[in-house]
Design a protein around this ligand. Structure first.
Ligand SMILES: NC(=O)c1ccc[n+]([C@@H]2O[C@H](COP(=O)([O-])OP(=O)(O)OC[C@H]3O[C@@H](n4cnc5c(N)ncnc54)[C@H](O)[C@@H]3O)[C@@H](O)[C@H]2O)c1
Ligand SMILES: [Zn+2]
Length: 360
């Protein structure tokens, strides 16, 4: 395993001021040295924190059903209990679930306190840690409410990826390649090169390349109105597959299959480019390493899939909004297609083809 000596640093511009990302070893200890008043962490890090921090962390179970407003309220009550004032600070340690809850709690507590983040899943290191978004589930609706409230510093230590389950690791790489692909041909080629480098050094390269690419999107379009929407590549198909499969497909895996479906949709119209074929091959390899696509096809409720696709909040009244690969510009673009039964059939056929696994 190769050691990473000097930490990498990246500054991100945002409407609330710049914030910094540091990537290197020992970043949890580094973050604790800033003496946060309160630490909100995934419960699995309880014993790790006991040896490193004197206080009593607020521990959360990182499950989707736990990503609720009442969990946010619980965190806020704990913050009050330890006497956190407006000049104090919070440190969040965990993946996307902990991040979503902590972001909203930090934004709401006394109308906003300073906070920092140690992302511990590959998805949160390469994707969700940047952008300052929070998304909380309400009732049965996923990610219905939230806000924008970036942390002050993001401390990334690739060592956390060592203990991730293979599916969580694959989810991280799938979101990462999506960002690199959407940023354009050169970034995608650079990604394919660094993604095969071994150990923490390779992971550091993947994380910094992906975050630099994502930084471009959030700096030109912080509030998700134009360029940043391209990052929904794979997501419109993917979210509907998550719902149709009763969440048997994890988010990152569903997004991967969503990218394959988008490629297949385009392959019905024209021959795929070399770059598009390379994306398909890379994504298929990751997906097949952790899930049986044929099983998933069999167990998916297709009526539920169509209902979920139809009600995606990204569509407009008369048309479906798809992010599809294209030959111009960065390589993906928004395409609006007529909202009709025929269009829905074409969308389903593309996704079914992606699940059957034959080449587009
Ligand atoms: N706010 C955003 O911008 C944004 C973006 C994308 C996704 N999300 C949200 O993120 C959530 C998914 O987050 P996630 O994929 O990071 O995973 P997660 O937080 O759901 O964690 C997945 C599992 O991995 C465990 N885990 C965390 N770190 C670990 C480690 N280092 N070693 C071993 N196990 C570890 C957790 O305990 C959990 O069991 C979803 O709720 C999604 O909606 C938010
Ligand atoms: Zn995603």
């Amino acid at each position: 395993m190769s050691a990473v000596s000097e930490p990498r640093r990246l500054t991100i511009g945002s409407s609330t001021g710049p914030y910094e990302v540091i990537i290197g070893t020992g970043q949890l200890a580094e973050a604790l040295q800033a003496m946060p008043t309160v630490v909100v962490a995934d419960r699995i890090f309880e014993s790790m924190l006991t040896g490193m921090w004197d206080g009593r962390p607020v521990l959360l179970d990182a499950t989707e059903p736990n990503k609720t407003l009442s969990t946010v309220e619980h965190v806020i009550q704990e913050m009050k209990l330890v006497g956190l004032r407006r000049d104090g600070s919070m440190l969040a340690v965990g993946g996307g679930v902990v991040q979503d809850v902590a972001t909203l709690a930090a934004q709401l507590y006394m109308r906003g306190i300073s906070w920092s983040l140690v992302p511990t899943t590959l998805m949160s290191m390469t994707d969700s840690c940047l952008g300052g978004k929070s998304s909380i589930n309400v009732g049965s609706t996923k990610n219905l409410v939230g806000g924008f409230y970036p942390p002050q510093t993001i401390h990334i230590d690739p060592i956390f990826a060592d203990t991730l389950a293979p599916a969580d690791l694959a989810c991280g790489y799938l979101e990462a390649v999506k960002i690199a692909y959407c940023r354009g041909p050169e970034t995608f080629l650079d990604y394919l090169r660094v993604a095969t480098e071994p150990g923490h050094a390779g992971l550091t390269e993947v994380v910094s390349l992906t975050l630099s690419a994502k930084r471009w999107f959030i700096e030109v379009d912080e509030f998700d109105r134009a360029e940043r929407r391209m990052l929904n590549f794979g997501h419109t198909f993917g979210h509907a597959l998550e719902a149709g499969s009763h969440f048997a497909a994890k988010h990152g895996i569903a997004v991967g299959i969503g990218m394959l479906a988008a490629l297949r949709y385009v392959a019905e119209e024209r021959a795929l480019t070399e770059r598009e074929v390379a994306l398909g091959d890379y994504v298929s390899g990751l997906v097949d390493g952790v899930i049986d696509r044929v099983d998933l096809h069999r167990s998916t409720d297709w009526e539920l899939f169509r209902t979920a696709f139809d009600s995606d909040k990204k569509h407009r009244a008369n048309c479906y909004a798809l992010i599809l690969p294209c030959q111009e510009g960065l390589g993906v673009a928004l395409r609006e297609i007529e909202r009709s039964g025929d269009s829905l059939q074409r969308v389903q056929a593309a996704l079914e083809g992606a699940l059957r696994g034959s080449k587009p």
